[in-house]
Design a protein around this ligand. Structure first.
Ligand code: ADP
Ligand code: ADP
Length: 236
């Protein structure tokens, strides 16, 4: 059963072609690594998938419906969760508020202040933080956490949001190799039983093969290959 269909998606910036005529289908529950050199179009594709950027032409169906028919707010809160290299956390707030923001969508950080008054919200946050191994940091100021811990907070926020599709743009690029592998294994483990679809851009073919079942490689805005990861060789 497909969740994402892209048909001849193209995007340019002034004279620069970022993506030229991409087509692919992604099924529910697939775990996909998006690889390719810098400038290949990975961020642009992820931004289009997230509904942040509009394509110039082509068709993008999310769950059978054209992306242009979704309200932006609804895509972000229910359908699609995004995780970035810089985590998008508010560093000056306690961890619990960043986590609850996942449930509350737009203005989430402000609403999460109010929701702190409700015990049920605390339970929601505590459950997610427990899953990522950070229960003891619930009331810590987010800026006091390490990079790897902050990425776990961002994961906990995604668990609370519970979107159908998770898009991550270089989520481990700023972490050392050991932390990077921790995050990738945790990320793939946490969504395993949920039929959530995962699309993650990475620099490392090795990680792509180890943690993802399918690899889409971009080069100069085109699909260079799209293969099950066991068919991809390490030397690219
Ligand atoms: P990647 O994520 O694979 O590094 P990007 O999607 O960021 O690639 O970029 C693809 C191409 O589009 C690059 O040549 C980049 O310079 C260009 N590009 C991306 N975003 C913009 C933008 N906002 N304005 C101009 N050019 C852009
Ligand atoms: P990545 O880590 O994926 O390589 P980039 O550095 O290519 O990311 O892009 C980071 C951000 O800057 C993206 O939002 C992209 O759209 C924007 N960007 C990339 N290239 C350009 C460019 N030539 N001009 C303006 N914005 C760009």
């Amino acid at each position: 059963e497909s969740i994402i269909k892209m048909n001849n998606i193209a995007k340019h910036f002034e004279r620069k072609i970022a993506l030229s005529s991409l087509s692919f289908i992604i099924n529910k529950g697939e775990h996909i690594a998006l690889i390719g050199p810098s400038g290949a179009g990975k961020s642009t594709l992820l931004n289009i998938l997230a509904g942040i950027t509009n394509a110039d032409s082509g068709e993008y169906l999310l769950d059978g419906k054209s992306i242009v028919n979704y309200q932006k707010r609804n895509i972000r809160s229910r359908k699609i969760g995004v995780i970035r290299q810089q985590f998008d956390l508010i560093a000056s707030l306690p961890v619990i508020q960043n986590v609850l923001a996942g449930k509350l969508g737009e203005w989430g950080f402000f609403k999460s202040l109010i929701s702190l008054l409700f015990p049920i919200e605390k339970e929601t946050a505590a459950r997610a933080l427990n899953q990522v191994g950070l229960l003891d940091k619930m009331y810590e100021q987010t800026s006091r956490l390490s990079g790897g811990e902050q990425q776990r907070v961002a994961l906990a926020r995604l668990l609370v949001q519970n979107p159908e599709v998770i898009l991550a743009d270089e989520p481990v690029a700023s972490l050392d190799p050991a932390r990077a592998e921790d995050i990738l294994s945790l990320m793939t483990e946490l969504v395993k039983d949920k039929k959530q679809t995962l699309i993650v851009s990475l620099h490392s073919v090795e990680y792509a093969k180890k943690y993802f079942s399918r690899i889409i490689a971009l080069r100069d805005g085109e699909i260079f290959f799209d293969l099950p990861s066991e068919h991809v060789t390490d030397s690219l």
